[in-house]
Each structure stands twice: as C-alpha cells, then as structure tokens.
Design a protein around this ligand. Structure first.
Ligand SMILES: Nc1ncnc2c1ncn2[C@@H]1O[C@H](COP(=O)(O)OP(=O)(O)O)[C@@H](O)[C@H]1O
Ligand SMILES: [Mg+2]
Length: 273
C-alpha cells in the first residue's frame, strides 16, 4: 500500500465538538474534543453510557449532522462525499420490494442515475446481489417480502443492502439490540463472516459490551457530558471470530474490565483522558 492511500477506507476525526440546544434553551455540549482514527479494514466498536453522543458521532461521520468544529475525513474526503453503508436498530426495509430487490436498491439507484443500463451493468448488479444474498444466507429467501421473514433475517437483508454499494465505511448503530439473545449471537457471528470476507471498515455502536469485544479490533470507551473517548482496548484475536471466542473467558474478562470502567466514578474516567 502506498503512503497516499493510507487513509483509503479509513476514518479520521480530530478535535471534534458538537453542541445542541436543550428544550429549555440551554446549550448542551454533546461532543468535546473527540479524536479517533479508524484504519482501513479495521473493525472498531464504541461503547458508552446512554446519551454520551455515540449516535451523534456516527451521524457526523455519515454526513447527516455537521460538527461545530474539528475535522472529519472518511476515506480521505468530507463526510457526505463518500459512500457509507449504515445499519441501524430498525431495518427500515421497503415492504413492497422483495428481499433481493431490497438488497439491490442502492445499485438500482446508481443505474438510474447513470446512462449505463446496458446488459453488462445489469449482469454485474445481479451477480453482486446474488453474492451478498449467499454471504448473508438469504439466497433461499430472495423472493420473500420483509413481512414474511424474521427480525434477524430482516437485519441480514439490511446488512446486505448496506454493503451492496461497496461503501468505504460501514456504520452500525445498535443493529442487533431489538433481537432476542440467541438471534443476536447468531447475527454477531454472521457479521464476523461478512466483514472478514468483504474487509469493510466498520464503526459499530453497541450497548452490549460482550458484543463490542466479540466484533472489534479495538473497543473505544466513551464517557458522557461531554462525550469523549476515555480508553481504548485492543482485542488481539483473528477474524472471523468464532463461537468459541464468543464463550471464552478472555472475552468475558475484557468485557468485565470495560464494564468496570463504564461504572467507575466520574473521577476515574477523567483521569485517563
Ligand atoms: N437534534 C438534537 N437536538 C437536541 N439535542 C440532541 C439532538 N440530538 C441528540 N441530542 C442530545 O445529545 C445527547 C447525545 O445523544 P446521542 O448522540 O443520541 O447519544 P447516544 O447515542 O450515545 O445515546 C443526548 O443528550 C441527546 O438528548
Ligand atoms: Mg444512540
């Protein structure tokens, strides 16, 4: 890799600050001096107390919200100029489109926008969608409609749809939190397989500390008011992570350590920043 594409697919955030106005008109400092570097192909989990600004940070990286100050580069470009894939808690699939047509949605838009609706493009699109359906174990459900499949399957469709456009970065905000525990663990392993295969840079927000550790190369821990990173944990374990790792003592130990940090007194948190 040459020096010039060192940031390809990476995310760089420098000294980012964001303020909102509370309903009573008070200024609310949500993010303050946030720095993060996500390497190309890296999987980063972010955990932190409710309301600490995780979603706000993700929205800024996605280009939906603007920071008050600081620098954000996604794949070396301004957010919004780059294709990002996103998967949120609710799948928000198009109910009138089949599973296959939901996955192809972003590609269909691209073809509409370009002049190239020739057979080669159509064939390429069909192949990409077929590959993603296979990768997410949805091939047999290609012709089903969203209401005809389970919540876990809907989230797999959501993931396949997000990846169809080959995004520079995949942004996930508590994607599995509405699912039951067993489905969640299954999807965590599915996501590992998909990410290992596609090597997509991923920013993953979760309330579930074990899930954060299971997925990530690094877990970033946030503190609240104002939101900022207070600690980073390296998870030295090859991908794709396995069910064995999911149940392992070393995962549990790291998760406990992070839990302790999140439940520490505020003074303990500020001392590491
Ligand atoms: N558009 C907005 N206007 C005012 N306050 C907001 C807005 N969006 C988020 N907030 C506030 O910013 C803080 C951080 O929110 P959020 O980023 O959703 O936190 P998290 O995802 O970590 O739970 C919360 O106190 C929330 O109420
Ligand atoms: Mg949130």
């Amino acid at each position: 890799m040459t020096t010039s594409d060192r940031t390809a697919g990476g995310v760089r955030v420098r000294n980012l600050s964001k303020q909102f106005t509370s309903p009573t008109g008070e200024p609310l400092r949500v993010l303050d001096g946030v720095d993060i570097d996500v390497r190309p192909g890296e999987f980063v989990s972010i955990v932190g107390p409710s309301g600490c600004g995780k979603t706000t940070l993700l929205r800024i990286v996605q280009g939906l919200d603007e920071a008050d100050s600081g620098e954000v580069l996604v794949d070396g470009q301004a957010p919004g100029d780059v294709a990002t894939g996103f998967v949120f808690q609710r799948a928000a699939l198009f109910p009138w489109r089949t599973v296959e047509r939901n996955v192809s949605f972003g590609l269909d838009l691209r073809v509409l926008r370009s002049t190239a609706n020739h057979p080669a493009t159509r064939a390429g699109r069909r192949k990409r969608v077929a590959d993603l359906l296979a990768l997410t174990n949805l091939t047999d459900f290609a012709d089903y409609y969203p209401t005809q499949i389970s919540g876990g399957m809907q989230q797999r469709v959501n993931l396949a749809r997000a990846l169809a456009i080959q995004p520079s970065v995949l942004l996930m905000d508590e994607p599995f939190s509405a699912l039951d525990a067993q489905t969640r663990e299954k999807l965590q392993r599915d996501l590992q397989r998909v990410v290992a295969e596609t090597r997509t840079t991923t920013l993953f927000i979760t309330h579930d500390i074990r899930e954060a550790v299971f997925q990530a190369d690094r877990v970033f821990v946030m503190a609240a008011r104002p939101g900022r990173f207070v600690e980073v944990f390296d998870i030295d374990e090859p991908h794709p992570r396995t069910a064995e790792f999911q149940q392992s003592d070393r995962l549990a130990e790291t998760a406990r350590e992070i839990w302790g940090l999140l439940h520490a007194k505020p003074a303990a948190l500020t001392s590491t920043s």
